[in-house]
Design a protein around this ligand. Structure first.
Ligand SMILES: [Mg+2]
Length: 262
């Protein structure tokens, strides 16, 4: 029997187009995954509220990873065995890897006393909508943060000092397609490893595949059997270290998924 495959994917700029968030070009591959009953795990900087929107729209019922590995959400009826160190959270079991959002806000406010920073905590939904080219309702969901605080560095000359301060205070940052992200000890890779172990308990040997587009995906790509980068909007790749999908965002995604699961 063929080994069960599990696909982890970033959303923004990967499954969703870097410009208009469309996944039209990935539709064939998405259908193929449903037909073959291959789990598709969204692993993104997005919030739980945003992911729930996309799961519904795309028709996905698998577990997901929110806010750069801050939370792993597993639908309660998904695995037949008991999962360790979880909390119940609405219809999910939550494995919480991120720190509390209020700690991130306190720290970003401390940074703002010295540096020129603008973060999601002081941007209105309207400002986020314009800045990230999101619909207003989507921007409202993007503000419902639990584990990760997106921010912009307005004075590029301060970048090095800001990132050093984050390090020095025992927090972490990662860089997504549009924003820097302030976070605790979590990253996409750790969350992917934990969820992969749960899938191994369910299926035995599995083959894990991941697809991303940016630096905040590297640890996810390092944590699976096969990691791929899609092209960015400008035609470049975030790194030469990983296998390349030939196409921007969902176009590259469609090719890789079909190639890997057919
Ligand atoms: Mg991305």
């Amino acid at each position: 029997m063929q080994m069960k495959k599990i696909i982890f994917t970033d959303l923004d700029g990967t499954l969703l187009d870097p410009g208009d968030y469309s996944y039209e070009k990935a539709k064939n591959a998405l259908e193929l995954l449903k037909k073959k009953e291959i789990p598709l795990i969204f692993c993104t900087s997005k919030t739980r509220a945003e992911i729930e929107f996309w799961r519904k729209k795309i028709g996905n019922n698998d577990p997901f990873i929110s806010e750069n590995g801050g939370g792993i959400f597993v639908p309660k009826d998904y695995f037949s065995f008991k999962i360790q160190s979880v909390k119940e959270y609405n219809n999910y079991f939550l494995i919480k890897l991120g720190i509390n959002y209020s700690q991130l806000i306190d720290f970003i406010n401390f940074l703002k006393e010295k540096y020129n920073i603008r973060s999601f905590s002081d941007m209105s939904s309207k400002e986020i909508a314009v800045d990230a080219n999101l619909e207003l309702t989507q921007a409202e969901l993007a503000k419902k943060r639990e584990f990760d605080l997106p921010f912009k560095i307005l004075n590029k000359k301060q970048e090095k000092n800001i990132l050093n301060e984050i390090d020095k205070h025992g927090l972490n940052y990662t860089i997504g397609g549009r924003y820097y992200h302030l976070l605790g000890d979590n990253n996409k890779g750790e969350a992917v490893k934990i969820l992969s172990d749960l899938f191994r308990r369910k299926y035995g040997d599995i083959k894990t595949i991941a697809i991303g587009d940016s630096e905040n995906d590297f640890q996810m790509l390092d944590s699976v059997n096969e990691g791929f980068l899609v092209k960015k909007k400008n035609g470049s790749y975030a790194s030469n270290k990983y296998k390349k999908a030939k196409g921007v965002g969902p176009e590259g995604w469609n090719k890789i998924v079909q190639q890997e699961v057919l």
